[in-house]
Design a protein around this ligand. Structure first.
Ligand code: AMP
Length: 495
């Protein structure tokens, strides 16, 4: 995992009901979710009457400083968000949670993921007189809820959740309850935990539950929402049209290794994928295996174990360097690369290396690392990627939404090998990935959303469809043509 040029991660949400230190706990929960978004953070708190909000740009520690935290004392209910923009621009007005004051109630709302029909819904709503305050698609759900004719907030929420499409989770706070909702495919994860004092939390990942010393209660499944209020906790479905397809990228790249999604620990899954990769594509001449810190280390250890090769630290990541995207020029960016990641020369010099990374998206990361390792004296570099070829854009909240930015949309592994200057390149197969994750879910997608590798979009494409189809590359078309299941009965691409 090494983000040289600002590919966007997704967001993290958190919520807590009925704890005297709700803001502090939300802060700690968000801190453990920081890997999911570093562009901004916010917290909305309430005591059941008053609602207050603090938010800011950057890392949590910058976004919400001591002074801001002091405004959030003594509230029992809170939601929080760490943001990496997947839609909308990067201004403060887009930092969530959003807090709305209506004549009859206040509502805090934040979300993770991407709504794929937000643009058309927004247009429709604007025609009906709605005025949007930010460019974030999160606002759409609030408009839908307020326009609903349903008698209760919960009914209005249910109705709105049925209208929006895509991969999403929501955390919503009203004076009556804390609500968490998951898209009909469970593309994006949400879990519930409980504190020793009985208070419940919701969070994007289980690491936030662990960090607070809480007990995991359950995952929120496809098409479900949870209501937490003074009466306790209730999980309901808002739709019967569900088909579990958890984003494989959560396991591959986004989630923290200590998190567990749908019963599968992320580190264990990555390690298993590394082992499978070694079985599928052994690098016979290698002396050692190294991983690209941080998210590839688990897969690299699995690869090494399977190959009975030493697992070495050939690259060191400086954990304290700000993200490279803030540096404007290519030259500065390259310099940033060197300050963030350095080769351990004495280890790699003269050695044949297996370099394991979790994914190749644009190809810039691998190219630079291969060059860096060769400059440090490495002899052969065999790149092994612990996920399949990233051939298709994703529209469900990971901000890799155009074919143009995907190197595998146009180049074969052999061409990529040449492009990045490696001695060989190989990827995990799609079956290898699915087996390594090993979900036991009865769904045509094996419980997983692997759209970036297969072009099969379980939640459809909606506003993105025309553009996606118009920009399919020859390589993508050839892949889809070979995989007939992606065509409908009339021979149209079944995206
Ligand atoms: P690239 O240089 O574009 O090939 O980037 C690939 C690197 O980015 C990999 O090492 C991944 O760890 C990381 N990565 C993969 N997907 C994403 C994403 N959606 N956002 C940010 N980084 C990503």
């Amino acid at each position: 995992m090494y983000d040289f040029n600002g590919l966007n991660e997704e967001c993290g949400v958190f919520g807590i009901w009925n704890h005297p230190e709700s803001a502090q706990l939300t802060y700690m929960g968000l801190h453990s979710l920081q890997h999911r978004g570093q562009e901004g953070a916010g917290i909305v708190c309430s005591d059941g009457n008053e609602f207050v909000s603090e938010r800011g740009l950057g890392l949590l520690t910058d976004a919400i400083n001591k002074t801001k935290m002091s405004h959030l004392q003594d509230y029992q209910y809170a939601i929080g968000h760490v943001r990496y923009a997947t839609s909308g621009n990067k201004g403060i007005e887009n930092i969530q949670p959003f807090l709305y004051h209506f004549y009859d109630m206040s509502v805090g709302v934040c979300h993770n993921g991407n709504l794929i029909n937000a643009q058309s819904l927004r247009q429709e709503l604007e025609h009906q007189g709605a005025i949007f305050h930010s460019s974030s698609d999160t606002e759409v759900i609030m408009h839908l809820i307020r326009r609903s004719k349903q008698p209760t907030f919960e009914e209005a929420l249910k109705e709105s959740l049925r209208i929006i499409k895509g991969g999403f989770t929501f955390a919503i706070l009203t004076k009556e309850g804390l609500y968490g909702a998951v898209d009909p495919n469970a593309i994006r994860p949400l879990v519930v935990g409980q504190m020793p004092n009985g208070a419940y939390i919701i969070a994007s990942e289980t690491c936030a539950i662990d960090v607070l010393g809480e007990e995991f209660v359950r995952d929120i499944h496809a098409g479900e929402y949870v209501v937490i209020n003074d009466e306790g906790i209730r999980v309901e479905s808002y739709t019967e049209h569900t088909n579990t397809a958890i984003s494989a990228m959560e396991y591959i790249y986004f989630a923290r290794p200590d998190s567990t999604i749908a019963g599968k620990n992320v580190h264990a899954v990555r390690k298993a994928s590394g082992k499978r990769l070694a079985q599928e594509s052994p690098a016979e001449t290698a002396d050692m295996v190294i991983g690209v810190p941080n998210s590839s280390l688990s897969a690299a250890s699995g690869y090494a174990e399977e190959m009975k090769l030493p697992y070495e630290m050939g690259l060191v990541k400086n954990q304290y360097v700000a993200r490279t995207f803030i540096q404007p020029t290519q030259e500065l960016r390259e310099q940033g690369v060197r300050t963030k990641l350095s080769p351990v020369k004495d280890i790699v010099h003269g050695k044949n290396i297996v370099l394991v990374d979790d994914s190749i998206v644009r190809g810039t990361t691998s190219k630079r690392i291969v060059r860096m390792l060769k400059e440090a004296g490495a002899k052969e570099i065999h790149v092994r990627i612990a996920s399949p070829e990233f051939m298709f854009p994703s529209f469900y909240g990971i901000d890799v939404s155009t074919t143009a930015e995907l190197i595998s949309a146009n180049k074969s592994p052999e061409e990529i090998c040449e492009h990045i200057g490696a001695d060989s390149v190989a990827y995990l197969s799609v079956d290898g990935l699915i087996d390594s994750i090993g979900l036991d879910v009865d769904s045509p997608y094996s419980g997983l959303c692997v759209e970036s590798f297969t072009g099969d979009y379980p939640a459809g494409l909606y506003d993105y469809e025309a553009d996606y189809k118009a920009n399919l590359s020859e390589r993508q078309k050839a892949y889809l043509a070979q995989n007939k299941q992606y065509f409908d009965s009339e021979g149209n691409l079944n995206v």
